[in-house]
Design a protein around this ligand. Sequence first.
Ligand code: ATP
Length: 209
Amino acid sequence: MYLVAVTGGIGSGKSTVTARFAERGCPVIDADRVAREVVEPGEPALAEVAGRFGDGVIRQDGSLDRAAVAAIVFVDDEARADLERITHPRVAARMAERIADLNAEPGARPDRVVVIDHPLLVETAQAGRFDAVVVVLAPEAVRLRRLADERGMDPEDVRARIAAQATDAERRAVATHVVDNSGDLASLLAQVDRIHAELLVRSERLNAR
Ligand code: ATP
């Protein structure tokens, strides 16, 4: 199995890129979804989060109030470190399970290219776990416009999120492949198709060794 992480800042085009990899036949694991699953009601991590941050972060229906937690850790580094100590090992373990499940599928090829949609790859220092890292980049102004036009997001809100995320330079530093998403959709998809073809060759080579 050849593990490929796709990362990029908010609105860079990660989901569009991973969707294209999926169209090309790659299984995709969504790291954000896994991160949400580990704090679902009944999960031990949720009880630990409530123990650390108080019942104020639990909604009436027993689910985690993610916005309440985000507000706390946004201004308190120690709280953020505690949250990460609770959640990160579990996210990593569950991702490993997903990968093992894919490996165990009948007829799974050993050189299969598996894509992980990993928004916080750089922030969580996970790049070393992957055979390849695809970084999706687009200028801030383009991202602000796309997110405002297509999702109605407030540009100020998007700017604040961008400021809290890793920088493009930090992402480039771990990239094996860089996608330039400043152009149209056709250009984006063509780049992904080229990268996909190259990753197939790399994974076959690695497996033949
Ligand atoms: P998020 O960080 O919020 O998950 P993302 O990085 O996954 O975002 P996408 O959802 O793929 O980004 O793209 C953001 C928005 O911009 C979407 O509405 C998408 O359809 C649009 N978009 C992405 N790439 C292009 C492009 N090249 N041309 C036009 N629109 C695009």
